[in-house]
Design a binder for this molecule. Structure first.
Ligand code: 16G
Length: 237
């Protein structure tokens, strides 16, 4: 039976705190050195390192050892733009515009945006990057009537929410979000520069202005190895 209980749990905490201090890519000392250092069995060390690897804090490279994985970026319930989200974590946000076009809403989008099916919608597709590496593939829809001239804006750079606020005086006030798990299709994987079939989060967001009018319906796919979703839960007393 693998060792569990207080010793294992405490060691896990110690390892986790220690790994958190190390820069991404740092090598982890050998199991033997760690076992000696902590005065525990090598198996105990291996079990704890396995757990950290399963949680994505470490990664193993066959023949080369164990290394500190890139920190995951968290998605919290605080309503932020991608730009704000990345900056808050010390990462440089970026975009690559894949396409921007005006389309007819159609039944499905009309229901999401609470407009008529014949209304015009602007669809924006972007790859969002953090420190120049793909983080998410994003598709956003906004009612064209609310944002005239949006097609001519430079969405290869900068923030959509900045434009909402500064060019259109539309303030993002609230959003409903749905998070599901998916595996990357060939196309998504190629956009995100990773392999098809890898796990990812699909996050849908319906965004409203201060009056409660829907201003955006977005659907993004975030790389599971770079992103995590945090929730704060409160219980009524
Ligand atoms: C986030 C939002 C997206 C919004 C974008 C604006 C999710 C899943 N998506 O990516 O709805 O359009 O931020 O970011 O949270 P920007 O202002 O940096 O363009």
């Amino acid at each position: 039976m693998p060792p569990t209980g207080a010793k294992g749990a405490r060691l896990q905490e110690i390892f986790e705190a220690w790994v958190a201090e190390l820069p991404t890519g740092s090598p982890i000392p050998s199991e033997r050195d760690l076992a000696e250092h902590f005065g525990v069995a090598r198996m105990t060390v291996r079990l704890q390192l396995d757990r950290l690897a399963q949680r994505g804090l470490l990664y193993r490279h066959r023949g080369r050892g164990t290394f500190v994985a890139e920190r995951r970026v968290a998605h919290t319930e605080h309503l932020t733009s991608f730009t704000e989200d990345m900056r808050a974590r010390g990462l440089e946000p970026g975009s690559r515009l894949l396409g921007i076009e005006e389309i007819r809403a159609g039944a499905a989008l009309a229901a999401r945006l609470e407009i008529s099916a014949s209304s015009r919608v602007v669809r924006i597709r972007r790859v969002r990057t953090a420190d120049a590496e793909p983080m998410a593939a994003e598709q956003t829809h906004v009612p064209a009537r609310r944002f005239p001239g949006l097609l001519d804006e430079d969405l290869d750079h900068g923030s959509l929410y900045d434009l909402f606020e500064h060019r259109y005086a539309v303030r993002v006030a609230a959003a409903d979000q749905r998070v599901t798990v998916t595996d990357l299709s060939d196309e998504e994987a190629s956009l995100l520069e990773t392999e098809p079939g890898r796990p990812a989060f699909r996050i849908e967001r319906t965004t409203r202005d201060a009056d409660g009018t829907v201003i955006e319906f977005a659907s993004s796919v975030y790389r599971g190895d770079r992103y995590e979703v945090l929730m704060h839960a409160k219980r009524d007393v």
